[in-house]
Design a binder for this molecule. Structure first.
Ligand code: G3P
Length: 200
């Protein structure tokens, strides 16, 4: 148990590293005060452009990969491995370095999936890209790709434990996108790469 609790804390700590905020800071910008106010790659793209957004994306994905890869290397069971992934996403969303505020967990969840279930990760990424190409909304793409996550696991990599983890990850994505859902309904959500974002 000690190992598990230690790894949960480590996962939360890794997840808490606010990649986007740190990258924006090096350019003298507080990402929380620009566009949607979110610390993720979508908002970094709005505020700082492609290069910084790509760095944020890669950093946030890596945060998700590492704890799950560690759990797999230690041959921990599926449920525990998934719990470390969820702890990482929670760290990103409620960062210890940002007074428990944080991001929306899309890139970090993709990282978790890449290590936890690569086929499901690839399907989720594909659904995200197809929706993004079609609608140009980052948030809507995440909502659709992760809304379908339980089904993706059911089709490609089914186990009861994995389905539980999938439902929790999808739930976390939805609760962090409530403001986006409201903007999508009102028609005020900004599209990918649009310079003028929305206030949080
Ligand atoms: O990655 C988060 C994305 O789904 C929405 O970000 O900045 O448009 O709220 P944002």
């Amino acid at each position: 148990w000690r190992l598990e609790i230690g790894l949960i804390m480590l996962s939360f700590l890794i997840g808490s590293i606010p990649t986007g905020l740190l990258i924006a800071k090096t350019k003298g910008i507080d990402i929380r005060k620009v566009g949607s106010g979110n610390i993720g790659a979508t908002n970094v793209l709005r505020a700082l452009g492609k290069e910084a957004a790509l760095l944020t994306l890669v950093g946030d994905i890596a945060k998700g990969v590492i704890p799950v890869a560690i759990a797999k290397a230690l041959a921990l069971d599926t449920l525990n491995t998934g719990i470390f992934g969820i702890a990482t996403i929670l760290g990103h969303n409620f960062s210890v370095f940002l007074k428990f505020k944080g991001g929306k967990g899309v890139a970090t969840s993709i990282g978790v999936l890449l290590a936890f279930s690569p086929h499901v990760a690839l399907l989720t990424i594909t659904i995200w890209f197809l929706t993004a190409r079609w609608t140009r909304y980052s948030s809507l793409s995440a909502l659709i790709a992760f809304g379908l996550l339980p089904l993706s696991f059911y089709m490609l990599d089914y186990s009861k434990e994995k389905l539980i983890i999938a439902v929790i990850i999808a739930f976390l994505i939805f609760i962090r996108h409530i403001a986006n859902i409201k903007r999508l309904i009102q028609g005020t959500e900004s599209k990918i790469g649009e310079k003028i974002g929305n206030k949080p």
